[in-house]
Design a protein around this ligand. Structure first.
Ligand code: SAJ
Length: 431
């Protein structure tokens, strides 16, 4: 891979994507400044430490900071290339909020020079990169901005979404293909040259609008498919059929590949990004909207079903397994497991024993509930009812003899040998 040791890169936003990206670019030979609004984050990074958990990130950051390849700052710094990796949340009506992106662009406009490349990586509604270009043109009338000028532009503006899976970020940042959308083809080509310095996957170019939509489509595709599995699980509960068996058997068909049901969809991407499409084209995105609603309804279904199960065993201690939004990570934000467990804790207080090997304490949702965070061994010894919310490997390894005689409500199909029913507290199980 060609390495330009003189190249300066400013990465705006040092979160789950920005920090690993900044560190990787620094490792590839560029001089990187990471910008963050949080003085705490900046101080942590400048001490060679990390404020987020991600496999191997601590060693990488420590290495690049110690040799001066990465520094963090709260103030914008001039560079050859700017990468914007800030959050794009949505409000209660699911309207996307791109104000952090525009704030970042405003900061960049102050230090922008001819020849610079500005790349937006944040998941964004279609048209956001054009808004960034428009803002740069308004803030810097002295510069010719692509799409906003005649003749050859002075700068380059592109969109390139991240596609990495938490827990595999450093691997996927390098190995995944990148979809690079330019405001003009020239912008896309310039951005491709930048990514090729540290990406081993293919770099494929398109327009900025198409690349924005690609990102939203990827996560919506997943949401729709998980919704199908979740809907099946609720149908199967009603019909008294083991959904895991049904999916396993249906997936033996060469053209069927059903995903796994769960207590709902968590995380900050799959449960959020489909709304950006729905907001942009409300009348046309009926399936995507319904899928979102089905996945949200699945969490309510699990809350109601587990509350009925717990209420019908008034003497029992209840073991609730897992709080993370998916297996083997310590990320509890937007987690349906937290929602279910907190609802049970509010209703049944001290009877609820929560096992979460990735938590140091219970999140604030549990404050004052009386529920306790316990070790897996203690829950297995004390609890007659077990509710599985997350398929952590450590839970998977519990052999049948340690679970025999217990009533299990398993939202993840973790223990196929437990026997029917695994998803619903059907009368046979609780009688
Ligand atoms: N889930 C199910 N059933 C399944 C698969 C997942 O219920 O069969 C649930 C998980 O338990 C979790 C949620 O979906 O609650 C999301 O988990 P995930 O592992 O599918 O995805 P994320 O949110 O960690 O990361 C996604 C990825 N997108 C796609 O796979 C299309 C990742 O590549 C993106 O970079 C990331 O979103 C992002 O940042 O947008």
């Amino acid at each position: 891979m060609p390495v330009d040791i003189e190249q300066k890169v400013t990465v705006v936003g040092l979160g789950y994507i920005g920090l690993p990206t900044a560190a990787l670019i620094a490792r590839s030979g560029c001089k990187v400044t990471g910008i963050d609004v949080s003085a705490h984050v900046v101080e942590t990074v400048n001490n060679g430490k990390v404020h987020i958990e991600e496999v191997d990130l601590d060693g990488l950051v420590q290495g690049v900071v110690s040799r001066g390849a990465l520094v963090a700052s709260t103030t914008m710094v001039a560079a050859d290339t700017f990468v914007i990796a800030v959050p794009t949340p949505h409000d209660e009506e699911h309207r996307p909020d791109i104000s952090y992106v525009l704030d970042a662009a405003r900061g960049i406009a102050k230090v922008l020079q001819p020849g610079n490349l500005v790349i937006l990586e944040s998941t964004s509604p279609v048209g956001t990169t054009e808004q960034v270009a428009e803002l740069l043109a308004a803030e810097r009338p002295d510069l010719k901005v692509p799409g906003r000028c005649t003749g050859t532009p002075d700068i380059f503006v592109a969109y390139c979404p991240e596609r990495v899976l938490p827990g595999r970020i450093l691997i996927e940042l390098v190995d995944n293909d990148r979809c690079i959308g330019g405001i003009t083809p020239r912008c896309a080509r310039r951005a491709m040259t930048f990514y090729r310095q540290f990406v081993r996957g293919a770099c494929v170019t398109t327009t900025a609008r198409a690349a924005e939509m690609v990102k939203l489509v990827e996560n919506s595709y997943r949401d729709v498919n998980i919704a199908f599995a979740n809907e099946l699980s609720m149908i199967a509960d009603k019909m008294g059929v083991d959904v895991w068996d049904v999916i396993r058997l249906a997936n033996r068909h060469p053209r069927v590949n059903i995903l796994q049901p769960g207590p709902g969809v968590g995380g900050h991407c799959i449960a959020v990004d489909p709304w950006f499409l729905v907001h942009g084209a409300p009348d046309e995105s009926r399936l995507i909207r319904t899928a979102r609603e089905v996945n949200l309804a699945k969490t309510s279904h699990v809350i109601a079903a587990t509350a009925t199960l717990v209420a019908s065993h008034p003497q029992a201690k209840i073991g609730v397994l897992g709080l993370a939004f998916k297996p083997n990570i310590d990320d509890f934000r937007e987690s349906p497991a937290v929602e279910v467990a907190a609802a049970l804790a509010r209703q049944f207080g001290q009877r609820i024993q929560i096992v979460e090997p990735f938590a140091k304490g219970l999140p604030m949702e549990f404050a004052g509930s009386g529920a306790e965070l316990v070790e897996l061994d203690d829950a297995l010894a004390d609890c007659d009812v077990m509710i599985v919310l997350v398929d952590h490997d450590v839970f998977k390894s519990v052999p049948l003899e340690e679970r025999s005689g217990k009533i299990v409500y398993d939202t993840r199909g973790l223990w196929p040998d437990q026997g029917w029913p695994t998803t619903a507290p059907a009368p046979r199980a609780v009688a």
